[in-house]
Design a protein. Structure first.
Length: 161
């Protein structure tokens, strides 16, 4: 987990390069985990009042599968704009993933398009004590999805299909 390297393209096999360009479907468990993480992130944000960007834990290869060939390049570097219909491969999401209603039938929905970009970051720098000396601890890569949404007010009388 802590050992990572960047490889030149000529070190990569044709099958590996092909699977990057045309990703294979991840196993059902990984899609389910991605669905739960994405849904929880979106609904928590819709329920709250924050307008800050969100981060959902979704592995990069799962992201490539879900949105391969979808989205429109945004003006902000690395971001794409996505519409509700771009999520058709994300079958583990509940039908209501894009809106939140309370017990009074009032709430908020994503005002599409939403803006997303894949992010590869690292765990925070920290130190460990080894043989009486402080030493930098190994860091691990973290794969996630940065999401920006605009919200709109809705109620149960809106078309929510």
């Amino acid at each position: 987990m802590h050992a990572c390297s960047w490889e030149p393209e000529d070190h990569l096999t044709p099958d590996l390069l092909r699977s990057y360009e045309k990703p294979l479907m991840p196993d059902s468990y990984r899609l389910e985990v991605a669905g739960v993480n994405f849904y929880h992130t979106i609904v928590t944000n819709l329920k709250g009042s924050s307008t800050a960007p969100m981060e959902a834990k979704v592995d990069l290869d799962v992201q490539r599968y879900l949105w391969n060939g979808k989205g429109v390049v945004a003006e902000h570097t690395g971001y794409k704009l996505y519409y509700k219909e771009d999520f058709f491969r994300f079958t583990t999401l509940p039908e209501n993933w894009w809106y939140y209603l309370d017990l009074h039938g009032e709430g908020k929905a994503i005002d599409f398009p939403l803006k997303m970009k894949p992010v590869l970051s690292w765990t925070p720098i920290q130190y460990i004590k080894e043989k009486g000396e402080l030493k930098k601890a190994p860091r691990a890569p973290v794969e996630k999805l940065k999401i920006h949404i605009c919200k709109r007010a809705i109620n149960s009388e809106h078309d929510l299909s």
